[in-house]
Ligand binder design. Structure first.
Ligand SMILES: *Cc1c(COP(=O)(O)O)cnc(C)c1O
Length: 436
């Protein structure tokens, strides 16, 4: 068998293989559109982040940012691999609990945590709340004194670094809705409120500089900025952080143009940066926490579609339409994100033409891929789009009242349904009549 496309194999019938399973069989059994996860890859991605910490005997946590793809099945795998998990809502928290996560390994994020979200987190006993703003400190003050409970917390700061990525998903710059600014003194003001707080155990600081980042410089710069501030807190108030959390955003390959570093290279660079800085300001080496989301599940996911109508506009463009679109993958419409795809049932056929792939929503912007190289296409062929594992299902919508597709996990030749396909009855489940 050949490893051709995105390191997936093709079998003797020219069919794409995922986790030792023929993709065309999955399409037949579970129908399309279908999200498929190669769980061996998810596990390998987890290990690639965990191993450098073990090898270098540096204390750390790898917390999966579950907004990338949250479901009971995936969180069970993540938990089995020894990771922690980040949640940003009651729904994500509930999913993590249902998946069996030790609450101590659940971290709560969010720039507008509601009182009831914080209450649920406190009652659940989450291991860490990443505090984003002054309003949240007030809410926590009130709730914790009411419940007589303590929580561990980090302060989220914006280090003022612009990562080299699409600005819609850039969060580390100063003009950001997230976190306390370092430059204008807000981070220090938050620190002073929390350093000797009766109910909040301030474990350290957090920053997240962006997403889909392909180099280590941004992370190193952010680390240096954090330590610049920490050295002041150390000198003035003898503060020694237990934890430095450097967020996520490690890039993955969507198309050939994307050349990410190996996951361990990001971790090694972060470990070195934190060691250097801790030595420099003479504090004990803190734990390093990271929060990969996309880079855990992104390249382990493939979406399978059935091709329906084919429209040729001579001398202009050829369109093929698939049975999904922006409702199962919003990223092309939202960010102009690019993907690669092949015909899963003709995976060895050489490309002979350029075709643009349209979704089936009533929206001209619902295009999945422009100018994709494909072999001869017929209605009924299966299109496999690579690297759809992150921010696909989790951003899926019911636009046009489409039902959300199913999700299947494959591993070692076995396949298992982990999210059922919605029915049209599911789509109207919460509707109530107005008349009659
Ligand atoms: C989204 C997010 C992440 C994960 O980002 P990826 O690009 O998916 O790795 C990590 N931390 C925080 C705070 C985030 O908001």
């Amino acid at each position: 068998m050949l490893y051709t496309h995105h390191n997936y194999k093709v079998n003797e019938h020219g069919h794409l293989m995922i986790g030792e399973v023929d993709a065309t069989l999955l399409a037949k059994k579970y129908e399309t559109p279908l999200y498929i996860y190669d769980i061996e890859r998810v596990r390998q991605n987890c290990r690639d982040f965990m191993d450098p910490f073990k090898e270098q005997q540096v204390k750390g946590r790898v917390a999966y940012a579950s907004k990338a793809f949250s479901s009971i099945g995936i969180l069970q795998v993540i938990q089995q691999e020894g990771l922690s998990v980040d949640v940003v809502s009651k729904g994500e928290l509930y999913t993590a609990i249902k998946a069996g996560f030790d609450p101590e390994r659940i971290h709560l994020h969010g720039n507008n945590k509601s009182e009831s979200e914080l209450e649920m987190a406190i009652k659940t006993g989450v291991g860490c709340i990443v505090i984003d703003n002054f309003y949240e400190i007030e809410l926590l003050d009130k709730l914790l004194s009411q419940f007589k409970k303590k929580v561990n917390a980090l302060i989220r700061v914006t280090p003022g670094i612009e990562s080299d990525t699409h600005h819609y998903i850039m969060t580390g710059n100063e003009d950001s809705k997230f976190g306390f600014n370092l430059q204008n003194g807000q981070a220090k003001a938050a620190f002073l409120k929390l350093q000797h707080h009766p109910y909040i155990n301030l474990k350290g600081v957090h920053c997240h500089i962006g997403s889909q980042i392909f180099e280590t410089e941004g992370f190193i710069l952010a680390t240096n900025r954090l330590f610049n501030e920490l050295s002041k807190w150390h000198k003035m108030y003898q503060y020694e952080p237990e934890v430095i959390n450097l967020g996520g955003g490690f890039g993955i390959q969507y198309t050939k143009e994307d050349q990410p570093l190996h996951r361990s290279q990001y971790v090694n660079a972060l470990i070195k940066a934190v060691e250097d800085q801790a030595n420099k300001i003479q504090i004990p080496m803190p734990e390093i926490w990271i929060e990969p989301g996309r880079s855990i599940v992104g390249d382990a996911g493939i979406t399978l579609y059935t091709i329906g109508s084919i429209k040729n506009i001579p001398h202009i463009r050829k369109y093929i339409s698939v049975d999904g679109g922006m409702t199962d993958n919003l990223r092309p419409a939202l960010y102009g994100a690019k993907y690669e795809a092949i015909l899963a049932n003709k995976a060895n056929s050489p490309a002979s033409q350029k075709i643009s792939v349209a979704g089936k929503c009533c929206e001209s912007g619902d295009m999945l891929i422009w100018d994709l190289s494909l072999p001869h296409v017929e209605s009924g062929d299966l299109l496999a789009v690579f690297s759809t594992g992150a921010y696909g299902y989790s951003m899926a919508s019911h636009y046009n009242r489409f039902s959300k597709p199913a999700v299947v996990f494959v591993e070692n030749g076995r396949h298992r349904l982990v999210i059922k396909r919605e029915t049209y009855q599911d789509v109207v489940r919460n509707d109530l009549p107005y008349i009659g």
